[in-house]
Design a protein around this ligand. Sequence first.
Ligand code: SAM
Ligand code: SF4
Length: 326
Amino acid sequence: MIADSFGRVHDYLRISLTDNCNFRCFYCMPEEEYDFTPASRLMQTDEIIKLAKVFVSQGVKKIRLTGGEPLVRKDAAAIISALGKLPVELVITTNGTRVAEMLPVLKEAGIKTINISLDTLQAEKFMLITRRDVFHQVRSNIELLLHEKITVKINMVVMKGLNDGEIKDFIDWTKHNPIQIRFIEFMPFSGNKWTSNKMFSLQEILTAVEKDFTVLPVEGAPHDTAKHFMIPGHEGSFAIISTMTAPFCSTCNRMRLTADGKLKNCLFSNGETDLLTALRNDEDVLPLIMASIWEKKKALGGQLISHFESLDAAAINNRSMITIGG
Ligand code: SAM
Ligand code: SF4
């Protein structure tokens, strides 16, 4: 069992397969020119599996693959297939571009839920946010997953003045489709142009939805990072991830392994533990994992303690989201 000093048991591991990506979402990537980590410094397939097995031996029940864009990694299929053989619930977060070609591998590995990031339902705005002209490809891949009866969750980062006006359109989408829309509060990371006035809060999102719909709260699972809601008569549902205004730290069970093999005990922690070097030196990584999680801070990596309106994003010491693995 992997536990921290506050008694939180950690049984959910998020593995970043790469910090590379075929999109350039401004809220995720650092502002300056960014060099992706060379392949030799990334965890190799066998190293990912070895590390994952150590976590699973200590009670990890769920693994999420993320990145960067996990499906751009050349050996993604081999990694997904190998992880699919472990006794865990395997899930993935992707920008959706490679879903069609990877579908047989994803299904074979037993993946039943896929989170796809889509911040707008307008092709032009999609291009503005991601700097890639593939809106229709992502939309058709979402349709494909729905057709295949795979559970689809849509991650939408809500940013004031950019896409907050589309909340109703996303909710309309859930009327006849069994999708879950996950509205995410915009979070600050190194170089991502975050300012508090671009943030659209949990309360603002709820108010926007309640303007047009009757909203009923739904009880979530114990470790949920989202508050869940339903709208009577809608096949789908929605949730709000309110990391900035109402964080979920008290029940956190998450650990993050970066693509270069560093363990982060919190999305906002500034410390990390180098598991990959230890593994390559034939050292036992388990004591390192245990120590890292034991040192986890009570909330938000001990960094985002002030109210978001007075937060100085430039003073936050962290990697950019693309190098952590969201
Ligand atoms: N490339 C994949 C994707 O886009 O789904 C997986 C990695 S991405 C870093 C994981 C999630 O983090 C995405 O849903 C993305 O929208 C979210 N994300 C990235 N930067 C964020 C930020 N600054 N605030 C909130 N969510 C963010
Ligand atoms: Fe790439 Fe996902 Fe980050 Fe967009 S959010 S740049 S798709 S990793």
